[in-house]
Ligand binder design. Structure first.
Ligand SMILES: NC(=O)c1ccc[n+]([C@@H]2O[C@H](COP(=O)([O-])OP(=O)(O)OC[C@H]3O[C@@H](n4cnc5c(N)ncnc54)[C@H](O)[C@@H]3O)[C@@H](O)[C@H]2O)c1
Length: 254
């Protein structure tokens, strides 16, 4: 499929996990991919692999975010897709009873303020073109409560979901679509580490997923490519769940 032929797509957090898988998928579908990451080594590698451009940026910094979209525009002539995906989930963000203000604020900055900045600076290009697709990475925890809490993470993703909905509505008639992607748990190095270290905690999570496994990053990337492409032309302001059924489940199969 070449649904993104001649489109210019900016991917934040392109150096790893969901961002990397999406950069690969976007390139396969014909897009020019701008790979953004704070980790230069990983970002350069990703851009090299997909024949794209690497921009080193910290998405919590407004000047960095402005520069990355300007670079995409100056290099390739448009900004058609913004996948605002960079995020963190550090161990000091835990139960509200233990999580300090520093950890709270850091997670809000990287997961939520960054999405505000990326939308703020991507939308003007898209309005001028009369077309664009923004996909913001939220999470299934934006719509479900978890007893294994990461309180700032959950609150940040709820913010991403509400902001995406509002922007999707506000700019709908100008051709700019904005959707919140809500992945279920994904098989990343982070989760693999958790499985190895604490099988009981891991099993507590897995039991809730009707499909009985975690997602592969490529499965999330497939959904992002759909949302980026004209195949999703009537989808905006949505909470787009790619969660193996977790948010719909009461009792799961044995
Ligand atoms: N992995 C999961 O199970 C899961 C589930 C739901 C949602 N998510 C969300 O998906 C997104 C990607 O997660 P992942 O699992 O691929 O993570 P990951 O850690 O594999 O990749 C995140 C990338 O973002 C980059 N990054 C971090 N802070 C940055 C900053 N300030 N500026 C620029 N780049 C920065 C990192 O260097 C890294 O390359 C995150 O928003 C995460 O919250 C993940």
């Amino acid at each position: 499929m070449q649904r993104l032929q001649d489109r210019v797509a900016v991917v934040t957090g392109a150096g790893s996990g969901i961002g990397l898988a999406t950069a690969r998928r976007f390139a396969e579908e014909g897009a020019q991919v701008v790979c953004v990451d704070i980790d230069a080594e990983a970002g350069v590698k990703a851009a090299g692999e997909v024949g794209g451009l690497f921009v080193e940026a910290d998405v919590t910094r407004e000047d960095d975010v402005e520069r990355m979209f300007a670079t995409a525009y100056e290099t390739y002539g448009s900004v058609d897709v913004a996948f605002n995906n960079a995020g963190i989930s550090p161990p000091d963000d835990d139960s509200i009873l233990e999580t300090g203000l520093d950890a709270w604020r850091r997670v809000q900055e990287v997961n939520l303020t960054s999405v505000y900045l990326c939308c703020k600076h991507a939308i003007p290009y898209m309005r001028r073109q009369g077309k664009g697709s923004i996909i913001n990475t939220a999470s299934f925890v934006a719509v479900m409560g978890s007893a294994t809490s990461q309180i700032s993470y959950t609150a940040s993703k709820g913010g991403v979901l509400a902001m995406s909905r509002e922007l999707g509505v506000q700019f709908a008639r100008e051709g700019v679509r904005v959707n919140a992607l809500c992945p279920g748990p994904v098989n990343t190095p982070l989760l693999q580490e958790l499985f190895a270290k604490d099988p009981e905690r891991a099993q507590r999570r897995l039991v809730h997923v009707p499909l009985g496994r975690f997602a592969e990053a490529s499965e999330i990337a497939a959904a992002v490519a759909f949302l980026a492409s004209d195949d999703s032309s009537f989808i905006t302001a949505s909470q787009f769940l790619v969660d193996g059924g977790i948010s719909g489940a009461y009792v799961t199969p044995l």
